[in-house]
Structures are given as C-alpha cells and as structure tokens.
Design a protein around this ligand. Structure first.
Ligand code: RFL
Ligand code: PHB
Length: 404
C-alpha cells in the first residue's frame, strides 16, 4: 500500500485531517487500532471553541452540529455558595462556544470519510514508523487476523493519542518532554436527566472541584474531583449525587436534578508536551504530542488546530513547492499549545483542592476567583482563553483551506 499522507489514529485529529486533505485533493490512508463502535462511543470532550466550529463547518462536517449542538454564551463560576456568570460575547467581541460531544464529531467525520470511500481501516494497529528522516517514511501495521503490512508514505502524521506509537519514532536525543501530573482525577458520569443549569458550572468547594456539563437538553454530564487512583466502582450513584449536591450548593434556590446514571468512569489528570512536534517527515498532532487537564476544555480544540496547520502547510507545499509552512509546523502549533497548557493549568489549580492543601493555598484560590469576578480585564482574559485563540481561517477565496 502507498499513499501521500499516512495517518495513524481515527480520533478527531486523524479523521479531520483525512477530511481536510480529501477536500484539497490529497490522498491519505487512516489506520485505527480499535473497531468503529469503540471509537464512536468513547466518552470524552464536550466543548468546541468557536474556531473548531468554524473549521468543522468549512470542512463540510458541520451540518448535524449546527442542528443539534447547543451554542453557549457563557459559563458559571461557583465558589463560597456564590454564583458568577462569565459572559463570553460581551467580553470577547462576540465569541462563544458550542456544546457538541466528541462522540458526535467523530461519528460525523467517520460517516463522511466512509461515504466517499475514503481509506479508513479499523482494527489495524500501527506497530512502528520507520524512515522518518528519509523522503519515504513507512508505517508497519498489523490487522486483527494477524496479517501484517507496510504503508509507504510521503508524510506520516501521528494522530494516535497519548498511548500511541508514533511519538516513539522520535529519537530521545532530539525530544524534550515537559510534564506534570496532579494528585487527583475526575469521576465523570452521564445521566438521563435534563441539565440543572442552562450553562456549564465550574465549582470550587472545600471538598473539591465539581463540574456540571451536558450532552443534550435531556442528558447531563457531571464530574467530581476524586483522589488519584480512585476506582469508579467504589462510588455508588447515590454517593455521587450527594457529593455533587454538596459541592454545587448555592445560597439561592438552585437545585440539582438527579436521574439514572448511564456511564461512570475516572480520568487521570496530566499536563504533557513533546517538543518538537515534527521529526523529518513524521508530524505529531493532538494528544500524541500534548495533553492538558480537562478543566479548560482544550484537548480536542488543540488537536483541530494542529491538523489544520498541517493541512494548510502541505497544500501550500503542493501549490508552491515552498516547504516554509511545513518547516514552521512545530513552532506554529506549540505557540497555541503552550497557551492552552498555561490556561488549563491555571484553571485546574484555581478550582481543585489537593488533599494536602494549606490555608495559604485556599486563600490564593479564593483570591484568584475574587480577581476574576471583580476585574473586567481578568474576566476577559478567562473568556478569551476559554473561547479559544483564533485559528486565523481564510475568509475569501482563493483560499488555502479546503471547503472554506
Ligand atoms: P484520540 O481521541 O485519543 O485518538 C487517538 C486514536 O488513535 C488510536 N490509536 C492507534 N491507531 C492505530 N495504531 C496505533 N498504534 C494506535 N494507538 C492509538 C486510538 O484508538 C484513537 O482512536 O486523540 P486525538 O485525535 O488527538 O484527539 C484528542 C482528544 O480526544 C482529547 O484531547 C479530548 O478528548 C480531551 N478532552 C476535552 N477536550 C476538549 O477540547 N474539550 C473538552 O471538553 C474535553 N473534555 C477531554 C475531556 C478528555 C477527557 N478524557 C477522558 C481524557 C473530558 C475528558 C473526561
Ligand atoms: C464535558 O462536557 O465533558 C466537559 C466540559 C467542560 C470541560 C471538560 C469536559 O472543561
């Protein structure tokens, strides 16, 4: 098998990249180790930045999102039983976000890819990338029946998430890893109950962080900070609802609606960046290169930013012969990545309570919330970071982004 761009991983990064390249007339092959049902049902992100929404629309993948997604113009910060709304459009010159689950983005992109007969192979695991420093990198893969094969490429893009293989093809001598782990994780539930508030609620409480989110007008998504290593099975549904109620408590008559829990899992928290994001003709994109704790809702949006940057650079190379944008790929992505790392870290440390928190830590957290809720510029900084740093989409044809 041979192709122009070999893509490892059919998460949001790999699937969107395949679509952007297809729209530009560049062929690619996607290899995904899991089966289709697994990939479509993996519960993850819920918030799309304005720039991500624009990219999905421009790529022709926005139809159902525009019908079923929930545009949100703000979030609520909750602490000391108080409620404070952050008004995104008012603070950012009109930007907002969209609540549309990652599972749905992935389903839409898979349907488009398979609808065109685009090559997408499930249950096909990439084993290694070789020849990244040559003009013809290759991906060695194995299918579930044990058959092995090789995909010859002009470029390889590793979109295989944090646990993938592509990053291991970058020699340790040229890699720099920056990492931070946190002594807590998130216990997340899905529940068949209308959300108890029409916008997301981020709550800081002495017992720990809580988040109220949603998937639709009838499905709630909620999270609780739990100690690192917690097993979701150790929490009964009643204990989860009781704890959510305590951490989300307010001074007014707000109440938490309870309903049947349909899924329950624990996510560890990590900040991680692998630099550079390119080695020869191997490019890393999305979680394969960087991880943020979910508090800033940035992971999926960063993955989108990376693959848009790669697609533009490759189209530019094809159209002009100039490799300058490909050469700048890592630096271009990393600027945005580090902004998201900074923001996600700041949100995480402002809202979570480590078990060994000192009175000093508590006071600093409250001071940070006090600052955001009393200074318009501090609040605008949060709103700008949350709604996302613009992807600088081309608006007028002729343009370099397919379908724009
Ligand atoms: P993915 O989605 O992990 O996809 C990688 C794919 O690669 C496959 N794979 C391989 N395929 C072939 N060969 C191999 N050797 C392979 N190894 C792995 C995997 O099976 C998989 O299909 O990475 P991608 O595409 O970079 O997308 C990143 C996002 O999934 C991730 O950043 C977000 O989910 C993070 N995230 C959030 N991001 C947001 O923007 N907004 C949010 O609100 C948000 N909330 C979250 C989140 C992540 C969470 N968890 C579970 C980590 C909430 C949670 C709880
Ligand atoms: C979610 O709905 O899954 C979600 C929302 C906001 C976050 C993280 C996760 O910050």
């Amino acid at each position: 098998m041979r192709t122009t761009v070999g893509i490892i991983g059919a998460g949001p990064a790999g699937l969107l990249l395949a679509r952007l390249l297809h729209n530009a007339g560049i062929d690619s092959v996607v290899l995904e180790s899991r089966d289709r049902a697994y990939v479509e049902q993996r519960q993850r992100a819920g918030i799309l930045e304005q720039g991500t929404v624009d990219v999905l629309r421009a790529a022709g993948a926005g139809e159902r999102m525009d019908r079923e997604g929930l545009p949100h113009d703000g979030i609520e910060l909750r602490f000391d039983r108080r409620r404070h709304r952050v008004d995104f459009p008012a603070l950012t010159g009109g930007r907002s976000v969209m609540v549309y689950a990652q599972t749905e983005v992935v389903k839409d992109l898979i349907a488009l890819q398979l609808g065109d007969g685009g090559p997408l192979f499930f249950e096909t695991e990439a084993l290694e990338v070789t020849g990244a420093e040559s003009d013809h990198p290759r991906i060695r893969f194995r299918q579930t029946d044990g058959t092995e094969g090789v995909l010859d490429c002009h470029y390889v893009v590793g979109c295989d998430g944090f646990w993938g293989v592509s990053r291991t093809a970058v020699p340790a001598t040229v890699s720099r890893v920056s990492e931070r782990t946190y002594p807590f994780g998130w216990l997340g539930i899905l529940a068949d109950v209308p959300p108890s508030h029409d916008e997301l609620v981020y709550a800081r409480h002495d017992r720990g962080f809580a988040l109220l989110s949603m998937r639709s007008p009838v499905v709630s998504r909620l999270y609780l900070q739990v100690p690192e290593g917690t097993d979701a099975a150790d929490w009964s549904d009643k204990e989860i609802w009781d704890e959510l109620e305590r951490r989300l408590e307010t001074d007014d008559d707000w109440t938490l609606r309870r309903g049947p829990v349909t899924a329950k899992s624990v996510t560890p928290m990590r900040s991680y960046v692998h630099e550079p994001m390119r080695h020869g003709r191997l490019f890393l994109a999305g979680d394969a290169a960087h991880i943020v704790p979910p508090t800033g809702a940035k992971g999926l949006n960063l993955a989108v930013g990376d693959v848009v940057t790669f697609a533009r650079a490759l189209i530019h190379r094809r159209d002009t012969g100039d490799t300058a944008l490909l050469d700048a790929y890592s630096a271009t992505c990393l600027r945005r990545v580090w902004q998201a790392e900074r923001f996600s870290y700041a949100m995480t440390t402002m809202l979570h309570r480590p078990e060994d928190a000192t009175p000093f830590d508590d006071r600093v957290q409250r001071a940070a919330l006090d600052r955001i809720t009393s200074s318009r510029s501090a609040e605008a900084d949060l709103a700008e970071s949350y709604t996302g740093f613009p992807l600088d989409l081309p608006t007028d044809p002729p343009h370099d982004l397919p379908g724009a």
